[in-house]
Ligand binder design. Structure first.
Ligand SMILES: [Zn+2]
Length: 321
């Protein structure tokens, strides 16, 4: 009998990661395609389509039947229609598009779309560290900071599908201006972008010469372990901000677990431990009791696995109007 499978796409600023997998998260094939956040709408759509085609042709030659496509995209998505709402600060031309309709027509499959951080959270909840936790918050710390909220096993998206913006909770009065239009957002203080910015600043202060082209989070972690003062300051500050941000999350949600993923979390072993220490230092006694703070397990596979799982659920429960 033909196995029923889904295609999951995770659209990011520099790449599309995609896969063919079963509803239960068994990955049969993965793929990767470069993508440009400044490309125009039709080009981004075409790249998504090409990714679907690659997976479809693999499925065809392996006797697999593709049932559905799930897409995780930056920005807020109207769950009822598959329409990308408003604009996406880091994806200039990716707006005013019904991704479900446009991609669905091209690839002749039902396509369901949600916010990328939501689907990463769902992936970790259903197939990763989140297994067994009914209420959890997922935080992705990379170039930016994304968040996903799972309540009673289901994604909580907010009344108008724009909730879960953990990276844009306010941590500094009169703080740094954020791409979202706000000022003093957590993302401006605890993301990879913030770590690199602060490292460069502190390096100048202590007269430490760096090669700008080489600086990324892994490079800074390496110096951190060598006790470089600029690296220690930059990473310790980011940990402090994220820990305090998570203390607020604990006080608000009292979840079973907080799961931290993304490039910054994956780069250093000390990271989760230190963030946990800070979060527990600032959170209230009752809300923090029994809360687990854990590293994500699925890495960059969480997004497309969450997308596939979400798409199968949508296929059964509803269709777009
Ligand atoms: Zn912001």
């Amino acid at each position: 009998m033909n196995k029923k499978v889904g295609i999951g796409l995770d659209l990011g600023g520099s790449s599309i990661k995609f896969a063919l997998a079963t509803e239960t998260g068994e990955i049969l094939k993965t793929g990767y395609q470069a993508s440009d956040a400044n490309a125009d709408k039709s080009e981004i759509l075409e790249n998504l389509y090409k990714s679907v085609c690659e997976m479809k042709s693999f499925a065809r030659s392996n006797d697999l039947h593709v049932d559905v496509v799930g897409v995780g995209t930056p920005g807020n998505v109207d769950l009822k229609t598959g329409m990308l709402m408003g604009s996406t600060p880091n994806f200039k031309n990716w707006k005013d598009i019904n991704i479900s309709k446009e991609l669905g027509q091209k690839c002749e499959l039902p396509v369901f779309v949600d916010n990328d951080a939501n689907l990463m959270a769902l992936g970790e909840a259903r197939f990763g560290t989140g297994i067994g936790f009914n209420n959890l918050i997922c935080v992705t710390v990379g170039t930016g900071i994304g968040g996903g909220i799972i309540i009673n096993g289901e994604l909580y998206r907010g009344a108008f599908y724009a909730g879960g913006e953990l990276g844009h909770t306010l941590v500094e009065t009169n703080g740094i201006r954020c791409n979202c239009g706000g000022k003093g957002c957590l993302e401006m203080y605890a993301s990879a972008t913030a770590i690199i910015r602060e490292f460069k600043k502190h390096a100048v202060e202590i007269g430490f010469k760096t090669d700008d082209k080489k600086i990324d989070v892994a490079y800074i972690y390496n110096l951190y372990h060598k006790n470089n003062k600029a690296a220690r300051q930059a990473i310790d500050e980011a940990i402090h901000y994220l820990g305090r941000g998570l203390a607020s999350v604990i006080n608000l949600f009292n979840p079973h677990a907080i799961i931290i993923g993304g490039g910054v979390a994956d780069a250093g072993d000390i990271y989760i431990n230190e963030v946990r220490k800070t979060a527990f230092e600032y959170a209230m006694p009752m809300p923090k009791k029994n809360v687990r703070i854990l590293g994500a397990k699925l890495g960059n596979q969480a997004g497309f696995l969450g997308a596939i799982s979400f798409a199968f659920t949508q296929l059964k429960e509803c269709s777009y109007k």
